[in-house]
Design a protein around this ligand. Structure first.
Ligand SMILES: Cc1cc2nc3c(=O)[nH]c(=O)nc-3n(C[C@H](O)[C@H](O)[C@H](O)COP(=O)(O)OP(=O)(O)OC[C@H]3O[C@@H](n4cnc5c(N)ncnc54)[C@H](O)[C@@H]3O)c2cc1C
Length: 464
């Protein structure tokens, strides 16, 4: 282990970040609204004779199928909203958690959609004394909106199949992302059959008001926050590349300059999706965290070449125009519960933590930075150069990956010993983590074993 003391950065004005508990009331309000939509949907189903219909065998099967379909449609809209990048929702829950829920809600909604299709077909076949296959054919070919709904269901099947982990691992991010956009098509195509044949929809004004509002809010949020806001921010701030410098083998920092950046609501630790208008392929956005707190009208990102998209940044020319989507992410100083902080970084995961150093109270901050060798340390000179003035303690944990599952390099003493030597009061600190996925899992469980409660562990995953 080697240690240095970090100096105050001259880059950034004093942070507004103060210890705070997350906006609890907003979290409760958003959660309660999502639950309320479920209740409304069930109430509309009851209002549409859903309960009475359960009395008969085939009408009961059909009614249960209708309920499954309604809840599935509602969850589908919740799911769209979870990923609509609504700023208050992002700020309240953080992308990581939203992505996990998006996945969970997505699979639940999909299973309910399949249940809906099966039960409705069986219910109709039973009522009409028809063969199930013939009934399915008749439903698809003769009921209004059903051909579109079938195409929509097929689009959703495609999205779900490619989201199963095993399939996802085989796909490039860009291919997966493109296929994932079919979910919007799926949602859109399923709407007409609800409007034209859905018992609940056609029979009640209340239901119509509810569903139109729900679809309107979901579509409006996507248009506003995924398209209009990023477009406006890109046009307004007019970001462009100022210079690109090498930070070591395969790692570059891109300095960007823009207009009125003080109006961009971004904090150290957050990331944007970046599109550099440097030629073909510009339309594929990539997420990169800021590697320094914003200062004046400037931003900095630091990127390791992991594939085509990241490698091309080394060749960016000054003046290249840049489109941004964001800021996103919750790895911010304001998230902490107390004053003391331990930052645990590995490899390129140092970027958001380096930015956080500009905003955290220096004397309460310890950085543990894991890398294979001195040569792999990014920002070493920077950390050493402006280190001493701030009183931030920085520990470098250098060495190769151990055989067993440990976040420490090979040959190091136990977690307990290392944490005792470097951050003896870690149990009373907030812990911020960033690095490769497996490493983060190991480091987070070491922190938990050392007594850090879950709500004080904050992390950003560099994976999708
Ligand atoms: C929130 C977040 C912040 C990040 N911050 C940084 C940073 O500050 N510095 C840095 O060097 N890297 C960062 N990354 C990782 C960086 O986005 C990927 O390395 C980069 O997008 C790879 O693209 P590529 O075309 O070069 O590589 P590919 O050849 O396309 O892929 C290389 C690897 O990167 C993954 N990847 C590709 N595209 C994405 C994407 N859009 N989102 C997530 N993973 C992707 C692939 O699954 C693959 O494992 C961050 C990732 C996330 C999710």
């Amino acid at each position: 282990m080697s240690m240095t003391t970090a100096r105050r950065s001259q880059r950034r004005a004093a942070p507004t970040a103060t210890p705070t508990s997350a906006s609890g009331w907003l979290r409760d309000a958003i959660g309660a609204t999502a639950m309320l939509t479920m209740l409304v949907v069930v109430a509309l189903w009851v209002h549409g004779r859903g309960l009475q219909d359960l009395g008969g065998l085939w009408t009961g099967v059909t009614s249960a199928g209708r309920l499954a379909g309604l809840v599935s449609a509602d969850l589908l809209l919740v799911q769209v909203l979870l990923m609509a990048r609504v700023p208050w929702v992002e700020r309240t829950y953080g992308q990581d958690r939203l992505a996990r829920w998006h996945r969970l809600v997505g699979f639940t909604s999909f299973n309910l959609m399949l249940t809906h299709i099966v039960l409705i077909t069986i219910g109709y076949a039973g009522t009409g004394h028809m063969d199930v296959v013939a009934q399915a054919w008749q439903l698809v070919t003769t009921y209004p909106g059903m051909l579109l709904a079938t195409a929509g269901a097929a689009a959703l099947v495609l999205v779900v199949v490619t989201s199963v982990r095993a399939a996802r691992r085989r796909l490039r991010y860009e291919s997966w992302h493109l296929l994932h956009l079919y979910a919007y098509l799926g949602v859109g195509l399923s709407l007409p059959h609800e409007l034209w044949t859905g018992t609940e929809f056609v029979s009640s004004v209340l239901a119509q008001v509810y569903w139109w509002t729900a679809y309107g809010v979901a579509a409006g949020s996507v248009l506003a926050f995924r398209l209009a806001l990023p477009a406006w921010r890109s046009l307004y701030h007019r970001l462009e590349v100022e210079r690109v410098i090498s930070e070591g083998a395969g790692v570059v920092s891109v300095y960007l300059r823009g207009r009125n950046l003080s109006r961009l609501p971004v904090r150290a630790g957050q990331f944007f999706l970046w599109r550099f208008l440097d030629g073909p392929g510009w339309s594929r956005g990539h997420p990169y965290s800021l590697s320094a707190a914003p200062w004046g009208d400037q931003l900095r990102i630091t990127v390791k070449a992991a594939g085509d998209g990241s490698a091309r940044l080394a060749a960016l020319r000054p003046g290249t125009k840049v489109l941004i989507e964001g800021p996103y992410g919750q790895l911010v100083a304001a998230r902490r519960r107390g004053r003391g902080v331990a930052l645990l970084a590995c490899g390129i995961g140092i970027t958001p933590l380096r930015a956080l150093l500009d905003e955290l109270p220096p004397r309460q901050t310890v950085l543990l930075y894991r890398a294979r060798s001195e040569a792999d340390l990014i920002f070493r000179a920077e950390l050493d150069r402006f280190a001493a003035r701030r009183g931030i303690r920085v520990w470098y944990l250098l060495g190769s990956r151990p055989d067993g599952g440990s976040w420490l390099p090979a040959g190091y003493p136990s977690d307990r010993q290392v944490l005792h030597d470097t951050v003896p009061d870690i149990a009373h600190r907030d812990v911020y983590l960033c690095g490769p996925n497996d490493w983060m899992d190991l480091a987070a469980s070491a922190a938990r074993r050392a007594g850090v409660p879950d709500e004080r562990i904050h992390l950003e995953r560099f994976t999708w």
